[in-house]
Design a protein around this ligand. Structure first.
Ligand SMILES: Nc1ncnc2c1ncn2[C@@H]1O[C@H](COP(=O)(O)OP(=O)(O)OP(=O)(O)O)[C@@H](O)[C@H]1O
Length: 871
């Protein structure tokens, strides 16, 4: 070696091991097990110390530089891991794969689990009431494929469609992580922005062959026809990408994922993403708001709560399916005693859907196995109760509950009632299960008894009253003598350590018993673990029936939730019909009514809409009078009815609705750089382009985001369009401040005017909240300003200005002016949309024609020319 140069220190073997694993998973944060700690190194340590607020230190890597280090005790994994994952980290748990005591050289280590936001079985990462979905998207120019998986429950879905549809699904499923192809980065960002944590995979994963092969080999099928997804090639690619990701994250035991289903778009009411948001179905729009789900959800099981969320965003469209649910709810509202008995047992049932998934992935602990048993034991009386009813729908539910008696008996026979979570802690298996185990236990116990006797005997013999027997890992069992009695210690005792106030000794005799006890204990642990593992293996045979039972109990839980709401809040059974009318008598808003006191209750209102007589209700009324509430309650009642729930009304006839479109309130989207008005127009355009004869449209103050003239014109034209649409007479509630729109009812037969009434009393307004036929004259905006505490001078001045404007009769002129616009301009014609240059040209050409002076040949030639123009 050249003089003056120091020998470059080599990496320690452990750091070499760390670097090798890190190189394979550069984007994951490694929790590296070292002895009793999980350590993080380098950049990972910086990240972990920040997120977890743990101390950052340095470690000599053996190399010239020092490395950042941050760690925590291994038993705190459940506390720290969720915090890392929730902060968006992908965390690789690197465990010691062999016993450090017997390892030669550096302990073998490997990743035992890669926990990412979308792939987690950890109870602390998961929310009991929500699914935790991983999504994969495959993007092509024409369409997109998508797949969702919740590994904690085994639910696996697939779909394919245009950007709007996929975006809507993403909103509904709200995945915790989205996978896409590395090459699609730009396209993905452009379409979906950065709403979700993402992970990119290599392009070879995103091919048809790979996806198809992955799915068929996972399910052990020749093709995918049985799942009804064969014709969704893009969805299959996405689903393949999900299975690939499970491999990458070391999730190899996934037998509980035993089917994949197509998301059947046509089975459910279409709610565009604005509607789900503005009706506040799952999330409130403003902090502190209450979404519908909070009102509906009285579920007592986690799987029930999760299913109810799905039902809420996916109301049904087929009468049979809805009626089946309503019949069960009806039964329970009439048979309250049975409902009470069922719910009492249901309350005792834990999350068997997730527990059985843990069995499949081999992560179930002894206590959880006992929970599964208890759950099935409570499912049995539920099955009995339901079987004995006269209702066929309820008996069908009973049929689907499988109480897995053989498994229950085996768990009951083998497992202690209250075993510890960690099998290594011992005492998980009952006595009488295994003779060898029983014998070893008696050796261990008698050994311990004997130790006790040694202590008593020696205490008497030596005259040391405070003599204690203890145990530690370093030198096993010992006798502890306080310093005051040190002089009484016999010569044959061997001193092992000195503490401040005491000394510890071992003896030959102690060592002998120690060996016996420790031998027995380690064998006990081996036998207990083996019996437990055998039991888990046996339980894997029950994955399907337990999943089915879990799904059935979830459904039952949701229906009971509906029934209890109906009983307590006076909801009624809606009549679902195949016609197109909606007839709600004395309907109430399910959320607002709960917030009001009994002295000042919600004022119910009637709403009637159909496609023949009263297709569009134009609702005027002052600010704060309750227009928005009326619109929303109508949609919520329809959606609740189609979910299978009773509804807050005196009576309700609901002709099946296929799509609900809502444009309610301002949903600012300033973060995306769009103005409120632009958003409003985009949403409205999407409504107008998608309506059908069965759609329900709610529009609230459309046009208010621009000048009054623009606003009135747009609102007017939209109402006309909805009325005149050839194929789709969408039922519409149109709330507006523009009284000019009341004129529409004069010319259009299916438009009717209504107003939410108020009373004026001593220059103040009293809100009556009652919907009445007829238009209204003014807005009372100034009164509302006054109510809001506007300075008196401003209120007075605005009253003067209003007076002046009204006297000027400009308002009247405006109305007249609109009415004077030739009607044809509003009619749909082939020239609709002056923006279309071809249509414009055609129109000009046709107008310029003088048919009287044309020969038949001229006419033919001209026609040919026009036809060319069209093509
Ligand atoms: N039928 C009702 N019974 C009792 N209270 C109601 C009723 N309808 C609405 N409210 C109460 O009145 C408040 C205002 O209602 P809402 O927002 O629907 O008014 P609005 O007419 O849409 O007002 P704006 O035009 O200012 O948006 C609601 O927050 C609700 O608490």
């Amino acid at each position: 070696m050249a003089k003056g140069k120091t020998k470059a220190k080599k990496e320690t073997p452990m750091m070499k091991q760390f670097n090798a694993i890190k190189a394979k998973h550069p984007t994951a944060l490694l929790l590296f097990r070292v002895g009793d700690f999980y350590e993080t190194f380098g950049d990972d340590a910086l990240t972990a110390s920040k997120i977890l607020d743990i101390v950052l230190t340095k470690r000599s890597n053996g190399a010239a530089s020092e490395m950042a280090l941050a760690g925590f005790p291994h038993h705190s994994l459940d506390t720290y891991l969720p915090r890392l994952v929730k902060a968006g980290q992908r965390v690789a748990i690197v465990d010691q794969l062999e016993d450090p005591k017997t390892a030669k050289g550096v302990v073998k280590r490997g990743i035992t689990e890669l926990v990412t936001p979308g792939v987690s079985m950890n109870d602390n990462v998961l929310n009991v009431k929500s699914n935790n979905y991983l999504a994969a998207i495959h993007i092509t120019k024409k369409e997109l494929g998508i797949s969702f998986l919740d590994i904690s429950t085994g639910e696996f879905f697939i779909a394919q469609g245009d950007q709007n549809y996929i975006d809507k699904l993403l909103q509904g499923f709200s995945p915790s992580e989205v996978l896409y192809c590395r090459n699609d980065q730009e396209a993905y960002k452009e379409i979906f922005g950065d709403t979700y944590p993402t992970f990119r995979q290599d392009d070879w994963v995103y091919t048809s062959e790979y996806g198809y092969e992955k799915l068929t080999s996972h399910f052990g099928t020749k093709n995918l026809k049985g799942f009804g997804i064969e014709n969704l090639p893009l969805g299959i690619i996405a689903a393949g990408a999900i299975l690939n990701y499970l491999e990458l994250t070391e999730h190899h035991h996934i037998d509980h994922i035993h089917q994949i289903s197509r998301i059947q778009e046509d089975k459910y009411v279409w709610l565009d993403k604005f509607t789900a948001r503005s009706l506040e179905l799952i999330f409130p729009q403003n902090e502190g708001g209450i979404p519908l789900i909070d009102i509906l959800d009285r579920c007592v099981t986690p799987m029930g709560a999760r299913l109810l969320k799905k039902w809420t965003v996916l109301p049904l469209k087929d009468k049979g399916g809805i009626d089946a649910r309503l019949d069960v709810v009806d039964f329970f509202t009439k048979e309250e005693d049975i409902a009470d008995d069922v719910i009492t047992h249901l309350r005792q049932i834990t999350d068997i859907e997730r527990l059985i998934s843990k069995v499949a992935v081999g992560r179930v602990n002894p206590r959880e196995i006992v929970f599964i048993k208890k759950a099935l034991q409570h499912a049995a009386p539920i099955k009995k109760l339901l079987e004995n009813t006269s209702n066929t729908e309820i008996r069908a539910i009973a049929d689907r509950i499988n109480t897995c008696n053989v498994l229950v008996e085996r768990i009951e026979k083998e497992m202690q009632d209250n075993p510890p979570i960690n099998p290594a802690q011992g005492n998980i298996i009952r006595e009488g299960v295994n003779a060898e185990l029983d014998e070893l236990r008696s050796i261990s116990h008698s050994g311990k008894d004997f130790l006790q006797k040694i202590q008593e005997r020696e205490s008497e013999r030596t005259g040391i009253p405070s003599l204690k027997i203890g145990y530690n890992k370093v030198f096993g069992y010992y006798l502890e003598v306080r310093n005051t009695h040190k002089d009484k210690v016999p010569a044959e005792w061997i001193r092992k350590s000195t503490l401040v106030n005491a000394e510890r000794y071992i003896t030959e005799e102690l060592k002998q018993y120690e060996e016996k006890i420790l031998n027995a204990e380690s064998q006990i642990s081996v036998i207990e673990t083996k019996i437990f593992m055998d039991l888990i293996r046996a339980a894997t045979e029950y994955i399907n029936p337990i999943q089915q039972t879990a799904a059935t109990l979830a459904k039952l839980d949701c229906l009971l939730s509906f029934a209890f709401n109906a009983i307590e809040y006076n909801y009624i059974k809606p009549a679902i019909t195949d016609d197109k009318a909606l007839d709600i008598k004395e309907g109430r808003h399910p959320v607002i009514e709960r917030q009001l006191s009994a002295d000042d209750p919600y004022v119910p209102n009637d709403v009637y809409l159909d496609t023949q007589e009263q297709q569009i209700m134009v609702i005027t009324g002052p600010n704060m009078s309750g227009k928005s509430a009326l619109l929303r309650q109508t949609a919520l009642i329809v959606l609740m009815a189609q979910m299978g729930s009773f509804v807050p009304a005196k009576s309700a006839q609901v002709g099946i609705v296929d799509k609900v479109f809502t444009r309610v309130g301002a949903s600012d989207n300033l973060s995306k750089g769009e103005s409120t008005f632009m958003v409003e127009m985009t949403e409205t355009a999407s409504i107008l382009n998608n309506i059908s004869d069965r759609s329900l449209v709610l529009m609230d103050e459309i046009g208010r985001g621009t000048s009054t003239y623009d606003g009135v014109s747009i609102a007017w034209a939209i109402v006309e369009y909805l009325h005149n649409h050839k194929k789709a007479k969408a039922k519409t509630l149109f709330a507006t401040h523009y009284h000019e729109l009341n004129e529409l009812a004069e010319d259009f037969p299916r438009i009717k005017n209504f107003n939410v009434s108020v009373k004026e009393y001593q220059k103040k307004i009293i809100f009556l909240r009652k919907l009445k036929e007829g238009g209204s004259e003014h807005s009372f905006g100034i009164h509302v300003a006054q109510l809001a505490g506007m300075p008196q001078s401003v209120v007075r001045r605005s009253e003067d200005i209003l007076d002046h404007l009204e006297k000027d009769k400009r308002k009247e002129k405006n109305k007249e002016a609109i009415k004077e616009v030739p009607k044809e301009n509003y009619q749909l014609s082939i020239f609709d949309g002056a923006a279309d240059p071809v249509a414009k040209k055609l129109k000009e050409e046709m107008e310029a024609l003088d048919i009287n002076t044309m020969t038949p040949l001229d006419a033919m030639l001209k026609l040919n020319e026009l036809k060319k123009l069209l093509s």
